[in-house]
Ligand binder design. Structure first.
Ligand code: DGY
Length: 319
């Protein structure tokens, strides 16, 4: 059957090869570095049938009202907290996403970020640029060892569980977790949120952003954490109160943090958190490998094409 060539499809992600979509109509691809502003997005989406978006694009009532022809959304992400699902449901929209493609790669990154934070790798790299900074002394660039420590997970879904498996060979004394549901046959022990916070030497956040988890890590929680603990967030920035983690790091109560996600994201230039030596900030790149990004792209394109042509999506979130 000949493909309908009349659809208009907006792709908000720069740099991805999306030629397959052109077989189905006109593709408008955002070509600037950085994200379109909400205003630009409203303008771009208004006569589109399909939207290829990502986690930084807010898909809310205002945007949906501005796009009366919109039938299909393919988000280039496994997370969907940027999409108002209720509003989409009311309008009968189909939504596809990219579960599975990011699990392993995000877990690999989480381990890397934890090691880089614990062993001060970016700081050591920076210091090595001038031999004066790295004159040897007994504790030069010393950090925290994983062996014999307690590693805690806030949220233990697919990414957290994969990270746990990858960290097991480092031989921590104990894994603990706090999650919405308890896991069967799990290497980690379920504990209350309070225990998790008080007992973890490394606290890793891999929980989804929900109304319950928003702002969960605030000054009271950081104060309860062990002095010298390390905090890693590869979930979503708004789980953590930015000023409060800044204070906990600045005072030295927390030894260090590795944050792949922040609130706001990205942090504005010159933000105080970026000046802290004991904080590694990366720009939400846990799933950024060529392999994962290509697979996410292929899946998003297939979801959109199937959605537009009345076939079941490969990875539906709403159908
Ligand atoms: C995801 O896939 O949700 C990642 O966080 C990238 O947005």
């Amino acid at each position: 059957m000949a493909a309908n060539k009349n659809f208009k499809i907006l792709v908000t992600v720069t740099g991805l090869p999306v030629d397959r979509l052109r077989e189905f109509g006109t593709v408008v691809q955002w070509n600037e570095l950085g994200n379109p502003t909400s205003q630009e997005l409203l303008e771009l989406v208004k006569d589109c049938d399909a939207l290829f978006c990502h986690g930084s694009n807010k898909i809310d009532k205002e945007l949906l009202d501005a796009a009366p022809k919109l039938k299909v959304i393919g988000t280039y992400s496994v997370g969907y907290n940027h999409i108002d699902l209720e509003e989409c449901k009311k309008r009968g929209l189909k939504i596809g996403y990219t579960p599975g493609e990011t699990t392993e790669v995000a877990a690999e990154f989480g381990v890397g970020l934890l090691l880089a934070t614990a062993r001060r790798i970016p700081e050591a790299n920076e210091a090595s640029k001038d031999p004066v900074n790295v004159r040897f002394h007994g504790y030069l660039m010393s950090g925290k060892q994983i062996m014999d420590t307690t590693i805690g997970f806030f949220g233990l879904g697919a990414i957290g569980s994969s990270m746990l498996e990858k960290l097991a060979p480092f031989r921590p004394a104990r894994f603990i977790y706090h999650n919405r549901s308890r896991k069967e046959n799990c290497l980690a022990e379920y504990v209350s949120f309070d225990e998790l916070v008080k007992e973890s030497d490394f606290l890793i956040v891999t929980a989804a952003l929900t109304p319950e988890t928003t702002g969960k890590f605030d000054k009271d929680v950081f104060a309860k954490m062990k002095k010298g603990a390390i905090f890693v967030n590869i979930s979503r920035g708004p789980l953590v109160k930015t000023e409060d983690i800044y204070d906990a790091l600045k005072s030295g109560h927390l030894e260090a943090a590795g944050l792949d996600v922040t609130d706001p994201e990205p942090l504005p230039k010159g933000h105080p958190l970026l000046a802290l030596k004991n904080c590694i900030v990366t720009p939400h790149i846990a799933s950024a490998t060529y392999r994962a990004r290509n697979r996410m792209n292929d899946l998003t394109i297939a979801n959109i094409i199937n959605g537009l042509t009345g076939k079941p999506m490969l990875a539906p979130l709403l159908e």
